[in-house]
Design a protein around this ligand. Structure first.
Ligand code: SAM
Ligand code: SF4
Length: 353
């Protein structure tokens, strides 16, 4: 049986795109030129956000016009293309993914896509109080929630207007909805929250959460700020150990970017994401889909393949498969921060982290 997807609400009005074989015949895994299997797609659902974190975007950020964003049907088409090429893991991100009005429907449709085994979301948590349950019921497996401090006034300062209580409510709602394991993402920024690392780490003693400390990365328009204020993995670790003593190191698979540690006897774990000082590119099987439908091959490099324009121009399923497979093949080995190469064309919210 053939299914026909319709595109609605973009600049073209209502347009038919090529039929997707239903179900697609075979899964043919894609690899890059270094032999890494590409099975993980991170999708930025929108570049817009209800916060303005200092490390992510300028305060007066201009967002893309809506007609440049992928519609629900375009996005689902590309998810099916990816799944037919062995993508089995998807993370929805942004901007803030929960501000998309069709977020629950999107999650439901992606979760039902043959081949997708793991569907996660990275969110600032502000809207999770209301959305955690519907998202879990729609098929979302788990969430990473960003929280950079346990001090309400600092949270307000880092996010430019956010309320920390909204995030705590979101975390509780995610727990109750069963979106486990809960991971908390903390970007560490000098002169903002480096003194809060130990208190954030303390959360793992009584909660089965993974608290992940992330080195700030440079992008787009705020690179000066981002480069000057990096707190390194080593410094973060020393700060935690100065309070809790030596951390236990867990085994590291080089696939998850987060290096796992534990405060002795804690229920949860700590993770350190050292993209800047100790990159983990050898195990990277990720590609990203930007909010405007570009396949981004490395978070920290500007190489992209435009998928949305050919799709809107009427390319069929097989053609889109060839484009995605060909793009993924050219995934660069790793980022070039050590050589002074900085991704400049986009801010983090357009790529999706
Ligand atoms: N709005 C959601 C959130 O904040 O979780 C999802 C999008 S956000 C771009 C994804 C992740 O990227 C978040 O954990 C955020 O803290 C992180 N992030 C943003 N800018 C960053 C930067 N310059 N360096 C490192 N991580 C960053
Ligand atoms: Fe928004 Fe997330 Fe960027 Fe903060 S990190 S401004 S919450 S997209």
């Amino acid at each position: 049986m053939k299914a026909e997807l319709k595109l609605y609400g973009n600049q073209h009005g209502s347009v038919s795109v090529a039929p997707v074989p239903e179900p697609f015949t075979t899964i043919e895994p894609m690899h890059d030129s270094y032999g890494r299997r590409i099975n993980y797609l991170r999708i930025s659902l929108t570049d817009a956000c209800n916060l303005r974190c200092v490390y992510c975007m300028p305060e007066h950020m201009t967002f893309m016009p809506r007609n440049q964003l992928m519609t629900k049907d375009e996005l689902l088409f590309l998810v099916r293309v990816g799944a037919s090429l062995g993508v089995n893991k998807i993370r929805l991100t942004g901007g803030e993914p929960t501000i998309r009005p069709d977020i629950v429907e999107l999650v439901q449709a992606i979760a039902a896509t043959p081949g997708i085994r793991d569907l996660a979301m990275t969110t600032n948590g502000v809207l999770l109080d209301k959305l955690a349950r519907p998202l879990a019921e729609a098929g979302l497996n788990r969430v990473n929630i960003s929280i950079d401090t346990v001090e309400p006034y600092k949270f307000h300062h880092i996010t430019r207007w956010g309320e920390l209580d909204d995030v705590w409510r979101g975390i509780r709602a995610a727990e109750e909805a069963g979106l486990h394991p809960i991971k908390l993402n903390c970007v560490v920024v000098r002169n903002f929250n480096e003194n809060d690392i130990a208190e954030l780490a303390r959360l793992t003693i009584d909660n089965t959460w993974e608290v992940r400390f992330i080195e700030m990365m440079p992008f787009g328009e705020v690179t000066d700020f981002q480069q000057v204020n990096v707190v390194t993995f080593q410094e973060m670790r020393e700060r935690v150990e100065s309070v809790f003593g030596p951390l236990e190191e867990a085994s590291y698979d080089y696939v998850d970017p987060s290096r796992p540690f534990r405060i002795p006897n804690a229920k949860g774990t700590l993770g350190f994401i050292s993209s800047v000082t100790e990159p983990f590119c050898q195990g990277c099987g990720r590609v990203r889909l930007t909010a405007d439908g570009k396949l981004r091959l490395c978070l920290l490099r500007d190489d992209e393949v435009d998928l949305l324009t050919p799709l809107r121009d009427g390319a069929g399923f097989e053609e889109m498969r060839a484009l995605m497979r060909g793009g993924a093949y050219h995934k660069p080995w790793g980022h070039g921060l050590g050589q002074g190469v900085i991704a400049e064309t986009r801010a983090m919210n357009q790529i999706g982290g």
